[in-house]
Design a protein around this ligand. Structure first.
Ligand code: NI
Length: 169
């Protein structure tokens, strides 16, 4: 089922999400909805809080549905090491039609759990490293605009305020 994606302004996007302790069938239903919602919006990643569920769960697919082997579903993800830097354009399904350059580490090691609670580890580089950073930020209530200068962030907020006034946000 495709769930409406929450946009900037929704309080769920600003909460620190809770760790997953119970690895039961309910998680699979949430993930199914997240995947459908992510692909429905042509996104490369989605975090559970974006569909209003404040748990530490993210789906990532840099191939946007082209390659099943690229699909990552991770619970309780944590960055355990990072190196280097990359700068590149980043957007967010919760802040549609805005994108800006954001600096992120070039390489990461991420640890987490799969849907059965088994530990999983990923070595990510480039775009995948960027996706992990972005989705883990969501689980901490952080959005990509928080990494921008106050000036740039202010400009985006003003544009969104205008859109909201016009009923377009
Ligand atoms: Ni996002």
């Amino acid at each position: 089922m495709i769930i409406p994606i929450l946009k900037l302004g929704a309080p769920e996007l600003r909460k620190v999400s809770e760790s997953i302790q119970n690895f039961n069938g309910e998680l699979e239903d949430i993930v199914k909805n997240m995947m459908e919602t992510m692909y429905g919006a042509s996104g490369v990643g989605l975090a559970a809080p974006q569909i209003g569920i404040n748990v530490r769960l993210a789906t990532i697919d840099p191939s946007i549905g082209e390659d099943k082997e690229k699909i990552i579903v991770i619970c309780n993800p944590e960055i355990i090491s990072s190196e280097g830097k990359q700068s590149g354009e980043e957007g967010c399904l919760s802040i549609p039609n805005f994108s800006e350059n954001v600096e992120r580490p070039m390489k990461l090691v991420v640890k987490g759990q799969d849907l059965r609670g088994e530990e999983i580890t990923f070595e990510a580089e480039g775009i995948l490293a960027r996706c992990f950073c972005h989705e883990i930020d969501h689980l901490n209530g952080v959005l990509f605009i928080d990494h921008l200068s106050a000036l740039k962030r202010g400009l985006i907020r003003n544009k969104i305020k205008k859109l909201a006034k016009a009923g377009e946000w």
